[in-house]
Design a protein around this ligand. Sequence first.
Ligand SMILES: C[S@@+](CC[C@H](N)C(=O)[O-])C[C@H]1O[C@@H](n2cnc3c(N)ncnc32)[C@H](O)[C@@H]1O
Length: 202
Amino acid sequence: MKKVKDYYYKKAKEENYSARSVYKLKEINSKKHFLKTNQKVLELGAAPGSWSEYASKVVGEKGLILGIDLKERPKQISKNAPFIQGDVFEIELSTYRKFAKTYSGVISDMAPNTTGHKNTDHLKSVGLCEKSLYLSLQLVKKGGYLLVKIFQGGEFQDFMLKMKKHYNNVSILKPNSSRKESREIFILGLNKKEEPNDNPDW
Ligand SMILES: C[S@@+](CC[C@H](N)C(=O)[O-])C[C@H]1O[C@@H](n2cnc3c(N)ncnc32)[C@H](O)[C@@H]1O
């Protein structure tokens, strides 16, 4: 990840957030208002932890932000923001259910280790998005949401169709805090069409 000490990097330091990524979630949420008090949310790609720092405050004491990441999280955030270190492709469904039977939403800032080869990185990113969508179909309540980060490329439209199959309102967002030169973009699906299902119709 490029570490240019830009405006958002400095702002994150000043405001005590673990990463500048927090401003992407803040911007998207201030526009779309999906994160709310008391919600239970599954967060994928949750290290070092800036999204959890912000989201755990929004959902409050009775809410939950369950964070998952391959990497260790350097510090504990709060009681309502537990963390599991692991690979999202390997964690069992039952593990997520130990924290909550169903979730209000899934938010993912997961990014693959980039190779520099645009199409390879795009395809790896789509794999992470598909896993996030699949998990949301298994765990998120009808009416809930899914936010994913995707590196743009040839499979983008195909993934959008999959989102539209399962979510009523799907939008594409590029927050100001996301670097212009970055191919990352966010897709938000609101108002999930179906109840959770262990073997969803893909
Ligand atoms: C941009 S960072 C997330 C930053 C986070 N939103 C924050 O605010 O601190 C992307 C993360 O996705 C994680 N990741 C990538 N592939 C993953 C996988 N298969 N399972 C779990 N985490 C994964 C990476 O380890 C990395 O920490």
